[in-house]
Design a protein around this ligand. Sequence first.
Ligand code: ZN
Ligand code: ZN
Length: 231
Amino acid sequence: MEIASGVDEVELLGARGYVILEDRLTLIDAGLPGSRLRLARHLGRIGRSLAELERIICTHAHPDHVGGVRELASDGVEVLMHPADIARVQVSLGEAVRRPSRGRLFAFVTPTPARLTPVADGEVLPVLGGLEVIHTPGHTPGSICLYAPRERLLFVGDVLEARRGRVTFASPFFSDDVRMARASVQRLAALNVETIVFGHYPPLRHDARGVLEGLAAQAADGRGGASRWRR
Ligand SMILES: [Zn+2]
Ligand SMILES: [Zn+2]
């Protein structure tokens, strides 16, 4: 499904991936292991191929977003991730057991991609006329959002959810630091966003800025809940 001009959603295993169709291809999030076939099929249908894949940007290092990286990252494919999450995909079993947390155990079972390039807050990637990296820690320490001002798209990974018509903060169950995750959302309200693109839910096109501003206001005064939006 096309979510914007030259941006297709691909239903990968365990998560939604987004492929940006330029001279070369960029994939945002790689799904669980086994997702390669789904991406290859999608590209085949539109006359493109995996051989054109230039880079994979991971919004964070949970298995449903990085699990498919290893099988997709052949020679020359760059895999980008925030350094705080690179550290965690390289966590050892010893560390996972010594200092157990859901996140560390998760990290240990995630296969480590071969070669990872760190991306920093504020970095602008050469995709969609300039794709800005926004570090929004909390769901994981290295969670990032990706903002394309030209298309007014904001890819949020798991930093936001959209359950039953309500946009909410990251899942408390799967997040490392819920308070930090909420505080991170405050930065997003300043962006000129038309469409919010989620890791697990259909894109939100209605009043995206209002939704972000509502969540930011809640985060600022410490309330938890959700921001309502109409379909
Ligand atoms: Zn996820
Ligand atoms: Zn996640």
